[in-house]
Design a protein around this ligand. Structure first.
Ligand code: ADP
Ligand code: MG
Length: 719
């Protein structure tokens, strides 16, 4: 259908030439609604297509087009029904086979001239082609219908081999059809693509102009063009994200103010006196970094990363006390109720006898208690509020929130930080934000997702820790594992036994796809152990489906030692701290992610007795095997995070959904590390020169940035 008006990138697909209503529907099903999206539908790879070649010259492994006479045919109605044909062209013989297409016997007849296109393979010394595309060839060899792009074929030279893009397609719309549609409309689209990057920015980086980059993706003259244009488009994705992150950061630093929380030597000494231990040198360094941040009105936005057990809680406590001393309030948000309760308990111990008033708010806080707590919060009668996501709910208003600490960042996304900021009373003020994570973030990824955060690292464990020894056992050696546990319990030590399910068929770990092996569950394993290898010891179950009171009681009895071993799900993953627990068994360890295994292992090794982590698994995939081997080989969380990233990619590691950011279409964080570094430097420099992105020549860049990341990064308020 001819376009109704002038074509633009916003022209709907159904108004484009060559797009039938049916095709338009199929394109829309792929998320392609208009010309712009069509051009942005990039190939996932390229295949080199040889020109129509004499059969004798066909090289196995290449995609080729051949024309020949059908010398013989044979329908085979056997176990693998197929249709076979022999093609000859005077130079050689090509065996062609179409599986499951016996009906071709009615269409392809001996004596016809046939054109086939597909990947050649070698077979019985000759060449074969399986399931090629085919058409009946006219007598004169024509230009290849799906051949090189116009410029090349117009040149009059004999067409050489060429690169053909392969597009993401659907069952009903093939890559070839998409290719034909794009080839038809590309000349309409390219002149309308304006570049958001100026020439003097592009040329030192060897970036093609944007419209050329799209041309090179859809009609690459050679591999260099395909690579060059991919690099430009991948850069754009990375650059937009970095630009968004840096703009947001500049905005926070310039437009928003946080309360200044001064620190003096006297206050410093006063706070430290509350801690039962001297800070480790690493804690000390991070405390200084944080304290300096908080002392100014520039809102802090800092990530504190430290391996499990490195003592992040004291750093948070220090910051909160610095805040309270200055007459403001502080909050600490944890990802689970157990963890929030534990934080509240340990902070209360730290604050025993002081005038600091602390409360806990979670989803299970009774309404009346919640009401009086919120009133105290609004009036300033409360100094520190510890809680879960409940802190972000309607009605939670601080009189003056000075510091907001978020524990275990990987469970929270960019959104939550924005939401937290919004709890400030007016729109110009914000709390200082500290984010603590024990899941070390691979440097590459940290820079991408948390590029707006300053980073402090606690790279040292408190003294007196003995490293945890990790061993992997096959399921058949389970008896040996529990004999070891029994020996520990007999000596008065304690144990965790972690399994992937609560009862029967559920999969709270959610890590692995469903498999035939049934999941080991809390109920069954507890019964098994009580009746067998751990008979006579005091065991209990702990999982997320227990009532909060029951869970608290179990945890408390475990802490006191009256329960010797906990059979639990991953509810114990983060934060639980019982130094007398010296062994952790993880059943079906291949069902857990690498970061999760590392977290779980962090539950032991918290006292002076050497601890063990015993992984029981019969890994079903090589990847699971690698994961287990990685965990067993190092206790360095940073090294593991990098391995995890390499094995599973960023989406898996963080949960792309949790990050709240749109996924990249072109860029690949593993492969494009250097490009990412470049994009990051460029974005920082750009924002330094133009912190509001409001110069007239930046209008296009700005518009595209807001479209890509406005909602997810909360850029709406940037200028
Ligand atoms: P994480 O970084 O995993 O949150 P925690 O803050 O829970 O670590 O601390 C882990 C354990 O180490 C706790 O029992 C805590 O009391 C202890 N701890 C923290 N800092 C020190 C220190 N400087 N000296 C000795 N023990 C410490
Ligand atoms: Mg912690």
């Amino acid at each position: 259908m001819p376009p109704a008006g002038p074509v633009s990138l916003a022209t709907p697909v159904e108004d484009l030439p060559g797009v039938t209503p049916r095709r338009a529907d199929l394109l829309r099903a792929l998320g392609i609604t208009n010309l712009g999206w069509l051009v942005a539908h990039l190939p996932t790879r390229f295949e080199r297509v040889e020109p129509q070649a004499p059969i004798s010259s066909i090289v196995p492994g290449r995609v080729v087009t051949a024309v020949g006479e059908v010398a013989a045919t044979r329908p085979v109605r056997a176990r693998r029904p197929r249709f076979e044909a022999v093609l000859t062209d005077g130079t050689g013989r090509l065996d062609v086979v179409w599986f499951n297409q016996v009906f071709l016997a009615d269409k392809i007849l001996p004596g016809m001239r046939l054109r086939v296109e597909g990947k050649a393979s070698s077979r019985h010394g000759g060449v074969q082609m399986a399931n090629p595309r085919w058409s009946i060839a006219p007598d004169e060899p024509p230009q290849p219908a799906d051949g090189p792009h116009p410029e090349a074929s117009a040149s009059g030279e004999p067409a050489g081999s060429y690169l053909r893009p392969v597009y993401p397609a659907s069952e009903s719309l093939s890559s070839a059809e998409i290719r034909r549609i794009i080839a038809r409309v590309l000349p309409l689209a390219l002149p309308r693509i304006d570049d958001h990057l100026p020439p003097d920015f592009r040329s030192p980086r060897s970036f093609p102009e944007l419209r050329d980059a799209y041309r090179m993706q859809h009609e690459p003259r050679d591999e260099d063009e395909a690579a060059l244009s991919r690099r430009r488009l991948a850069y754009d994705e990375l650059f937009f994200l970095q630009l968004g992150v840096h703009l947001k950061r500049a905005h926070l630093r310039e437009a928003l103010r946080a309360p200044a929380l001064p620190i003096s030597p006297a206050l410093d000494a006063h706070i430290r006196a509350r801690f039962p231990f001297p800070l480790t040198p690493a804690q000390d360094r991070v405390v200084r970094e944080v304290a300096a941040d908080l002392a100014t009105t520039t809102p802090a936005n800092r990530l504190i990363q430290g391996d499990v057990g490195s003592g992040k809680t004291f750093v948070a406590a220090y910051a909160m006390l610095q805040c309270v001393a200055a007459g403001h309030q502080a909050s600490l948000m944890a990802p689970t109720e157990i963890l929030a309760e534990q934080h509240a308990a340990s902070l209360s111990r730290l604050l025993a006898g002081s005038r600091v008033r602390l409360a806990l708010l979670t989803g299970s806080t009774p309404p009346t208690e919640r009401a009086s707590l919120l009133a105290a919060l609004a009036s300033g009668a409360l100094d520190i509020l510890v809680g879960t996501h409940a802190l972000l709910t309607e009605g939670v208003v601080f009189k003056s929130l000075g510091v907001a600490v978020i524990d275990e960042q990987h469970r929270f996304g960019v959104h939550q930080r924005a939401r937290l900021r919004a709890t400030a009373t007016d729109d110009r003020s914000t709390p200082h934000i500290l984010v603590m994570t024990a899941t070390p973030i691979p440097r590459t990824l940290g820079v991408t997702l948390f590029g707006d955060l300053d980073v402090s690292t606690i790279d040292q464990l408190p003294p007196g820790r003995s490293p945890v020894e990790t061993r992997v056992f096959r399921g058949s050696l389970r008896d040996r594992v529990y004999a070891e546990v029994a020996a520990r319990l007999a000596k008065g030590e304690q144990a965790y036994i972690v399994v992937p399910a609560i009862e029967g068929d559920d999969d709270p770990a959610g890590e692995a796809p469903a498999r035939d092996t049934p999941l080991r569950d809390v109920r069954t394993v507890l019964a098994e152990l009580e009746a067998g290898p751990l008979a006579g010891f005091r065991l209990a179950a702990l999982h997320g489906r227990l009532a909060r009171d029951t869970r608290d009681a179990v945890m408390e009895r475990f802490r006191l030692g009256s329960i010797q071993a906990l059979v639990a799900t991953t509810v114990i993953e983060v934060g639980v701290d019982v130094p007398n627990a010296t062994v952790i068994v993880i059943e079906q360890a291949d069902r857990f992610g690498l970061a999760q295994l590392h977290q779980l292992r962090g539950r032991v090794g918290r006292g002076s007795i050497p601890s063990s982590c015993l992984l029981v698994a019969d890994p079903a995939t090589p990847e699971a095997e690698l994961r287990l081997r990685a965990v067993a080989s190092t206790t360095d969380g940073f090294a593991l995070a990098e391995t995890d990233f390499e094995l599973r990619g960023p989406g898996e590691l963080f949960g792309a959904r949790q990050s709240g950011l749109p996924p990249f279409k072109v860029a690949d964080l593993m492969r494009d590390r250097e490009l990412l570094a470049l994009a990051r430097r460029d974005a920082a420099e750009w924002v330094r020169r133009s912190p509001r992105l409001d110069r007239p020549d930046e209008a296009l860049l700005r518009r595209r940035l807001l479209k890509a990341y406005g909602p997810s990064l909360g850029l709406g308020d940037v200028g």
